[in-house]
Design a protein. Sequence first.
Length: 532
Amino acid sequence: MRSADVSFERVGEDAVWVASVHGVPTSRVSRSVVDLLEAMDGETPLHVLRTRFAPSESSESFLRLVERFRASGLLEGAGRTPPGRLSYRAPLTLQVATLRAPELFRRLHRLLPSLPKRVMLIPVVMAGLGAVAALLQAADVVRVVVTPVPLAALLGTVIVLGLLTLLHETAHGLTLTGFGGTPRRAGFMIFYLAPAFFVDVTDGWRLRDRGQRVSVALAGPAVHVVAAGVALVAALALPPSELRQAVLLAGVSCVLIVLINLIPFVRFDGYIALMSALDEPNLRERTIRDASDRLVRLLFGGGRSEKRVPRWWSVPFGLASLFTPCVLVFLAVARVAKAGTAGGPVLSVLTLALEVIVAITGLTIVLRALVRVLRAGVSRVRFATVLAVMTGAVVIAGALIPVPRTVTLGFWTHDGRMSLVQAGGGRASGIPDGTRVDLMTSGILGSAVIGTGTVVHRSPTPVTVPLDALVPVSAPDVSVAAVSIGVVELSPDHPAPPGTGQARAHLGTTDLWHALWTAGVTEPLSTLMDER
């Protein structure tokens, strides 16, 4: 039967209704769906309800519709509770929120002057001006991306980006409040292993105009677009200095944040905007189900099911929505593992713990998916056969796929000699004589090859090196402990590189499984073993 916590309200003059659980919108439904849900009193049999409300649907299709109601929390016993101060959303999102967000945003909105509609043109204008400014100083933009950033400039940029992220989320809430909606929660979260602020704008589904819903979603990225344009234009007027580097770095970072934020396959603002523009609630979940159904039918057989999103791109969009978060999590874990290996035993332990948590979470998701496939009534013999073939194919592919084996170190030029160095707490890598190395710049956001050479191995020797020999941050008066493991003989056809940077040593190839095991387990454990 319908849950007592479910309510319905009509939105606009068309036949669209919003279904809410505990006052939180969960679905946009038609009047016929509202009538069906209101008729689900726990006493009327399902076959009678199907005959009355959906006589053209098969019994299987009607049961799938009922399961969708249950998954959305619309039926009794679904167990959906409203998110509170602390909430977790699968697969990797943890939120800590304040429940006083409605009053906070109402107060903020009253303090702001009434703005004309033309204010929406500001992000467009600033995007154009920022693009022109970036082209006019393209060489400086590239340089700030691939070279070490002064420590003061980096700290200032981090502070500015943190404030901009707060303004980003505030813009979502204020825009929704201005259109008559209510931001229910706001706070801090860990989103795919990255810290971020958030504002719950689910109430936007009550807005009648889909253009208003799109505006709520894009209000946050607009903040970063304006900031990027201002920073890139301001850099044109600044002389070469650490301040100019910080301004350029902030501008480039804002551009990257906007581009990532507009990815439509994860619950970023681009997805919310697309979902609102198409007026397709729960677009990602529904297309993932369409893609999953297609995969199950292709691999395990079974009947054809009706698409939940009747658009030609539903299955490709669902596949992209399945795999994009996996890629983001993998890249995040890889970056954390790299940083943890160079950060001593404590960070190595935290890295290993994080990898275990991610592995358990991923395994749980896969097992649940396999259980759903079995419950769908597929042949158990075919299920076991296909699963065995897929597992074997993955194992064999991982053993056969070649992966370049490289080690990234730092280099430091002193007394006319270029030394290969690594962090003092790390394990000295045995790189044989004659190994080719690519000498690269070291930047916060990227690097560029500036020379090549070969390694002459030496016994590990403790040294003190400039900070930017190990990390992409420069500080003239800061030196750090390191270990010198060899020297580099430069190729004669390359100019002499700067005094510090990255050196990537090429050690041949290995298989994919060995490369993942080395990066994720062996290297963090080696730091712990060396400490002992």
